[in-house]
Design a protein around this ligand. Structure first.
Ligand code: UDP
Ligand code: MG
Length: 325
């Protein structure tokens, strides 16, 4: 068997501070692996510029001219980490045997990429990178992430614990991914749904060396919320359960108050009344809000808009004569 063609897909959003370092590290790794005969000479690093506002694309483009292993994909606007990743995976798949996705900040240890590839050669279609410890993340990030994994588990969603989007997928796995037509692609939840033989490789997560996180609290929360509502109908079942309980509970109370009235004790305050109005009103609002959330999702899905639009692609067409330099 000839050596596999590997493509490393790197989504980048305003990563000018980090990129020069990342490029050097990944180039070094690819060179080494090619020299060792672990991967084919046709292997590539594909940087996906997710509509950055800074010099990110310039840096990528210059590298594609200088180095045979580097390719770039410029998206027409910012579509978010997950969609940028998909753009890279789907662009790379035709010319790769296996694809690895990794963040531009190299918080994930690139040394285990070699292990990913040997697992692929052993016959695994999907290899997950799993963090051993997260001491380098802030306490806040760690605990919110933990709460997220726990909640997903309660909701019945099958996630690989402490795995972010650092993974290897075979060509056929990526091809299957294309058949998931949903607009909200939460990859950590979807990849396990593909099936095939999978395994995990463990590593220590490092600190971001330059630049700042592109996942501020607001994005993190919306990511988690999307993750839950795209994969689980547990929240809405829970609301239904509360609704039913409070409904039957209030029936019992009504009987009790009625019996008090019948047997002469008419001193019934308005407190119970007003409380129940607020309670039921609140419950109804929650329920309506949740239903709205799901309807919103359906609304998004039925439109089936493209998830990303490519502006420049130096992967499929190696050297475009393009003015954007
Ligand atoms: N990213 C992206 N589009 C976005 C936000 C982030 O492509 O809209 C990229 C970013 O450049 C990085 C990866 O997604 O390569 C993960 O982001 P980051 O490292 O900031 O997240 P964190 O590690 O803090 O969760
Ligand atoms: Mg990061």
């Amino acid at each position: 068997m000839s050596e596999p063609i590997l493509t490393i897909v790197v989504p980048c959003f305003n990563e000018e501070e980090m990129l020069p370092f990342t490029v050097v590290e990944l180039k070094g790794l690819i060179n080494e692996m090619v020299r060792e005969g672990a991967i084919s000479r046709q292997s590539k690093i594909l940087f996906v510029d997710d509509g950055s506002k800074d010099e990110t694309w310039k840096i990528i483009y210059k590298e594609t001219i200088k180095n045979e292993f580097v390719r770039g994909l410029k998206l027409a606007r910012n579509v978010g980490h997950q969609n940028a990743l998909l753009a890279g995976l789907f662009t790379a798949k035709d010319m790769s045997d296996c694809i690895i996705s990794i963040d531009a900040d190299l918080q994930d240890d690139i040394a285990v990429i070699k292990e990913f590839v040997s697992k692929y050669k052993e016959g695994y279609d999907i290899v997950y990178g799993v963090r051993n410890k997260r001491e380098t993340d802030t306490f806040f990030k760690r605990s919110t992430a933990q709460a997220f994994y726990k909640m997903m588990k309660v909701m019945g969603v099958n996630l690989v614990y402490n795995h972010a989007d650092f993974r290897l997928m075979s060509k056929r796995a990526v091809e299957k991914l294309e058949r998931f037509k949903e607009a909200n692609m939460f990859l950590r939840g979807i990849v396990p749904l593909i099936g095939y033989t999978t395994t995990s490789v463990y590593y220590d997560r490092k600190e971001r060396l330059a630049g700042t996180t592109k996942y501020p609290l607001k994005k993190m929360l919306s990511f988690a919320f999307d993750g839950i509502t795209s994969f689980s109908i547990q929240p809405i079942r829970f609301v239904l359960f509360i609704g039913l309980t409070s409904f039957f509970g209030s029936l019992v109370f009504a009987l009790y108050f009625l019996s008090l009235k019948i047997f002469g004790d008419t001193e019934l305050g308005w407190t119970s009344l007003i409380t129940s109005i607020w309670l039921i009103g609140g419950l109804q609002l929650i329920a309506v809000g949740l239903v709205g959330e799901y309807i919103g999702k359906i609304y998004k899905e039925v439109k089936s808009r493209p998830k990303y639009i490519i502006d420049i692609d130096t992967f499929s067409i190696p050297m475009p004569m393009h003015k954007s330099e």
